[in-house]
Design a protein around this ligand. Sequence first.
Ligand SMILES: NC(=O)c1ccc[n+]([C@@H]2O[C@H](COP(=O)([O-])OP(=O)(O)OC[C@H]3O[C@@H](n4cnc5c(N)ncnc54)[C@H](O)[C@@H]3O)[C@@H](O)[C@H]2O)c1
Length: 357
Amino acid sequence: MSVDVFELAHEHEQVVFCQDAATGLKAIIAIHSTALGPALGGTRFHPYPSTRAALEDVLNLSRGMTYKAALAGLDLGGGKAVIIGDPARDKSEALLRAYGRFVQSLHGRYLTACDVGTYSEDMDEVARECSYVTGRTVAHGGAGDSSVLTAYGVFQGMRAAAEAVWGEPTVAGRTVGVAGVGKVGRHLVEHLLEDGATVVVTDVSTAALDAVRQLHPALRVVASTAELVASPLDVYAPCALGGALSDDVVEVLSAKIVCGAANNQLAHPGIEKALEERGILYAPDYCVNSGGLIQVADELEGFSFERAKQRATAILDTTRRVFELAKSDGVPPAIAADRLAERRMRDVGRLRGIWLG
Ligand SMILES: NC(=O)c1ccc[n+]([C@@H]2O[C@H](COP(=O)([O-])OP(=O)(O)OC[C@H]3O[C@@H](n4cnc5c(N)ncnc54)[C@H](O)[C@@H]3O)[C@@H](O)[C@H]2O)c1
């Protein structure tokens, strides 16, 4: 990515480097904004090739969380954390608890949760040293696996996109390509099949493919994401890693809609315009994938799945609003989503300026 990492760091309220030599903990906590409330975002445990790569990732992700929370109508700001290391090799009770103590030291300005490489059980360990933890196990009053409502929300966003393109909020009779059938992709496949879509999937992991094929033996599988995006599709759902929408992908894509779970799908600024020029409706990633955030944020009120699901259902209307603003302002949906999120941060964020006495 061509961003200036220091420029991005200065766009943040606070960036904290944490280290504990004895446990091998090396972490970065980035708080992008607390304009709407405490910054909530998951902890990614990943073997980054360098501290710089970790910093760039955490800064981009935490910025995205600010916009995601704002557009989802939550009273939360945006933050994210990364632990540098191989989760399979380096994760230990002591390391997670050391990390918990650093999160605690921020006194609730940052609330953590699961992300790639961390699980609800890990959050239970973090919570032994820290009060500011979501995404905990159901046994500890947590929301459990957030991919359930993430997938549900992506499906709602896809319905809004289908309505905008084909007039009806359904993908019945359409062909949807899902790249990545991990936790979210697998649940999304369920919603799509239930709605009557034909689904084609791909994944680099045979275990992930086997798991989804076991549930749906008739599912069509292709060998690679390159093959998937070049095949005839009505909808493309990137559900693997970021940067899925590159110039090459946009050039070959036959789909009329892109709507998936992956964060930071646009490979570089300007790609949203390329999508529009090719007549492809892009449902902004952070707009449609906020179901998981909604799910874990609900823990702050004492978790209720039904209440969280109701909130995630609103992603249908939020995505509609994004498309409407895009049309009226004559901008791509990615820009319209930013405008809606920024408007809420400004209008609601300023209320704290009213002195309560
Ligand atoms: N889990 C959530 O609640 C949540 C919430 C918001 C956003 N997201 C985003 O959605 C995406 C998927 O999340 P997840 O929780 O399902 O993760 P996951 O790790 O369970 O699944 C990702 C899947 O993508 C596959 N994959 C990786 N590289 C690939 C490639 N090049 N081509 C095809 N498949 C590839 C992996 O093998 C894996 O099966 C991530 O980008 C994540 O940041 C997840």
